[in-house]
Design a binder for this molecule. Structure first.
Ligand code: ZN
Length: 244
């Protein structure tokens, strides 16, 4: 955590830079959601969850979904129920900056739809969203809470299994979402990266497309990119953005 005096100084700098910027882009990771009480389901905690014989990254994979949709669906109802979560100060500030015409896009690795809930319109969800479900066989869409309301394996009328519209392990990212994200980052003059350690694909790779003036990193812990940033704040993303 930053010392109070250092934090205030850095906040002043960030305020000034946002004031001077024309096209701010925010790139966010799991840290943005954990502050709304959503656990990082990829985190090691899951490994010690005795209810499952496999680590989360195994369960949330394409092959596991295909071979054991029952355990997959159980895990979904148990661990991916994000419907009561509420946006925090970070989500709200970003939505405000978009309304003011400052912020051009939010690019997120989170799948909980909290940016939209806070009012953001242009949100690129790299890993998809839990707010959409569809049949894995005929692709018919199903309501957001459909899997929660069912038991066992949720099935479509066609017999296919209904799944969330998230990018599972072993699946590729959506091309259009990637292209839109790259385009937004390329055009940005201020890029704020928050709540991510920047070690997971594609986060680190996307930063290479930034050619703007200032790169700001906000994360509780150090990241491999800290030395390349113009401003680094090691603190809570909600606290920092909320204080702007
Ligand atoms: Zn179907």
């Amino acid at each position: 955590m930053e010392k109070e005096q250092d934090l205030q100084q850095k906040l002043d700098t960030l305020r000034q830079w946002i004031g001077e910027a024309q096209r701010v882009v925010f790139f966010g990771g799991a840290g943005v959601s954990t502050e709304s009480g959503i656990p990082d389901f990829r985190s090691v905690d899951g490994l010690y969850n005795q209810k499952y014989d496999y680590p989360p990254e195994t369960i949330i994979s394409r092959s596991f979904f295909q071979h054991d949709p029952e355990t997959f669906s159980r895990f979904y109802r148990d661990k991916l129920n994000i419907f009561d979560a509420q946006p925090n100060a970070a989500h709200k500030k970003l939505a405000e900056l978009e309304r003011e015409g400052k912020l051009t896009a939010v690019i997120t690795q989170n799948i909980d739809g909290l940016h939209q809930k806070a009012g953001s319109k242009r949100v690129y969800e790299l890993h998809g969203t839990l707010l959409r479900n569809y049949c894995a066989r005929c692709r018919r869409p199903y309501p957001a809470d459909y899997i929660l309301r069912t038991q066992g394996v949720p099935r479509c009328e066609c017999g296919g299994v209904i799944r969330p519209d998230i990018v599972l392990y072993e699946e590729g990212l959506d091309d259009q979402v990637m292209l839109d994200s790259i385009k937004a980052i390329r055009a940005a003059d201020l890029l704020i990266v928050g709540g991510t350690s920047l070690v997971v694909y594609p986060a680190a790779g996307l930063l290479r497309y930034f050619r703007g003036r200032r790169l700001v990193l906000i994360n509780r812990d150090a990241t491999p990119v800290d030395s390349e940033a113009d401003l680094v704040i090691h603190d809570s993303i909600g606290k920092v953005l909320g204080a702007l």
